[in-house]
Design a protein around this ligand. Structure first.
Ligand SMILES: Nc1ncnc2c1ncn2[C@@H]1O[C@H](COP(=O)(O)OP(=O)(O)OP(=O)(O)O)[C@@H](O)[C@H]1O
Length: 538
């Protein structure tokens, strides 16, 4: 089996953008088109995307050339889906840009891994090392000493330290000596899931109730008025007045002044037991009342908020009331924003007609130009079109020209489809973008809203594309290659998948209004739907 791989090395720019590799027996069952793989390239190991596979065993090679095998599959889930690869091919041809540039643009930043060549000792043969130490050049001995202490040396670092000429000479000497070997390592990708140690309740139902009852009885055995935190915010976010004037964090568990200082010194065993029980009950209470699935308690934060000591916390672990697990924490771009849930409005006849043309009986495969003045209800039509597509088990993309997390458009979409919306735009952090990209790829999301790059979201079953304010110049990427226009790419993606593409505007570009045939895309023939108020001229 052979595979054509789009490599992240020289062929990003070269004419031969796809290189052919042999698929080794052990990878055959797992290898899929669109997956990220590591392949040998010259002396290095580089990253690439499997573009095509074939059962051919024969390929025309120059004399002395030999096909090399794929090294590893870096992620079993494809990084690019079939329709994205078809779109990438079109963008590369249409905007005369290397295919690899386009493919890289479709992936979240920080996913591609860099490779580096490293030098290491081939074997730990003491005699051979001694011989080299005595007979080798001064440079070789220095290199050997470095490898014996460090294990490996980055070849690029060696070049920086010694200068290219001396590094070349020493590397040549090292390669000729069987003691050394050079291989290639792929660095870990910069974008990773954020994993933290968090506390979870293990005990549930009757067992937990039983424990609470027992612990409450112990807690009530003393009369010390220990405060129980209702909302732990003031503990989690202590008021601070800067470095110098920082106030001590108020300890909500301190024994109140009403109870005299001497009382604290004379706590009986029962009192201590009672305090322990109260703290542990408070911790369990905090976990029970944590309704936000994105909020987690770390062991430290929980101890601080409930007043538990480490020993009291460990006791709860031993009794299997709590457990500490590694949980993936989502970096949510809408964290802290108020998203108001909304219900579909009953549509006006114009809106209903527009909806029918997009997702109803009147849809005729043509892109739809939705022309309506500001405030005429276009967004409501978009939302109900998305809802209809979602009801068919598909997903949608809605593009807006300028995106700020607080924009009304984002919050309106997020409010209509709670927890099922992802946001993609260039101002997200690498981590946020990576998390959103993975949610989209795994089918956890029904709607992607964002600026032009949201078009490349890996939705598994894309059913509609909407471009709001289609006349906006922000849809054109001009600062780097490919210099694509999101409207043209959206229309092509709609064509590849045979799905509705809606262009909405209060002031559509003349190119659509006057002569659709003059459009840059030959097959284009819009269906224009108007939601303009009826004007009577006297
Ligand atoms: N069918 C309807 N019934 C009642 N109110 C509606 C209806 N459709 C839209 N609205 C309301 O009218 C206002 C404007 O609607 P909307 O934002 O959808 O218009 P728009 O054409 O998208 O505007 P813009 O061009 O500014 O994006 C909103 O407050 C919306 O809730």
């Amino acid at each position: 089996m052979l595979a054509d791989v789009l490599t992240s090395a020289a062929s990003w720019l070269g004419e031969r953008s796809l290189l052919t590799y042999v698929v080794p027996e052990e990878l055959m069952a797992e290898l899929r088109v669109g997956q990220l793989v590591a392949v040998p390239y010259g002396e290095r190991l580089v990253e690439g995307i499997v573009w095509t596979t074939s059962q051919d065993e024969w390929v025309e090679l120059e004399q002395g050339e030999e096909l090399r095998p794929i090294h590893t599959i870096l992620d079993t889930e494809p990084a690019l889906l079939g329709h994205q690869m078809a779109l990438a091919q079109w963008v590369a041809d249409y905007y005369v840009t290397p295919l690899a540039y386009v493919a890289q643009m479709m992936l979240p930043p920080g996913l591609m891994q860099r490779s580096r060549a490293v030098l290491r000792l081939a074997a730990n043969d003491e005699q051979a090392i001694d011989a080299a130490m005595q007979g080798g050049s001064l440079q070789l001995r220095a290199l050997l000493g470095l490898l014996l202490t460090e294990g490996t040396i980055d070849v690029e670092r060696l070049k920086e330290l010694l200068g290219p000429k001396r590094a070349k000479a020493i590397l040549k000497e090292a390669r000729e000596n069987e003691l050394f070997m050079q291989d290639s390592q792929l660095d870990a990708p910069k974008a990773k899931a954020r994993v933290k140690r968090v506390v979870r309740l293990v005990s549930r139902g009757d067992a937990l109730q039983e424990w609470c009852k027992r612990t409450e009885e112990i807690a009530q055995r003393n009369a010390l008025p220990v405060p129980v935190p209702v909302i732990p915010d003031h503990i989690m976010q202590p008021k601070s007045t800067g470095r110098k004037g920082r106030k001590a964090v108020e300890n909500p568990w301190a024994i109140p002044e009403a109870v005299s200082a001497t009382a604290t010194l004379t706590l009986s065993r029962t009192d201590k037991e009672s305090l322990r029980a109260q703290h542990q009950l408070a911790a369990v209470d905090l976990l029970l009342h944590n309704t936000d699935p994105n909020a987690h308690w770390s062991p430290n934060a929980l101890c601080k908020a409930s007043g538990m000591t480490k020993a009291q916390f460990d006791q709860l672990l031993r009794e299997h009331i709590l457990e500490v697990v590694e949980a993936e924490l989502r970096r949510d771009p809408l964290m802290g924003r108020t998203v108001l849930p909304s219900q579909p409005l009953s549509l006006t006849p114009d809106q209903q007609h527009a909806l029918n043309c997009i997702v109803g009986d009147e849809y005729d495969l043509r892109p739809i130009l939705l022309h309506g003045v500001t405030g005429s209800g276009k967004t409501e039509v978009y939302l109900q079109s998305l809802a209809a597509i979602i009801a068919q088990g598909k997903q949608g993309i809605i593009l807006v020209p300028e995106i700020a997390l607080t924009t009304q458009a984002v919050l309106r979409v997020a409010g209509r489809f709670p927890d099922r919306v992802a946001i993609i735009h260039s101002e997200l952090s690498t981590g946020e973008r990576y998390d959103e990209w993975r949610r989209i790829r795994s089918g956890e999301v029904d709607v992607v809203i964002g600026s032009r790059s949201a078009l490349f979201a890996p939705l598994p079953n894309l059913g509609i594309i909407i471009l709001d304010e289609e006349h906006e110049p922000a849809y054109k990427q001009s600062e780097r290659r490919p210099t694509y226009h999101a409207r043209e790419v959206a229309l092509m993606l709609g064509n590849i998948l045979n799905i509705p593409v809606v262009l909405g505007s209060a002031t559509p570009l003349l190119i659509h209004s006057i002569s659709p045939s003059r459009s840059t895309i030959a097959w284009l023939n819009y269906l224009a739907v108007s939601m303009l108020p009826c004007l009577r001229l006297r």
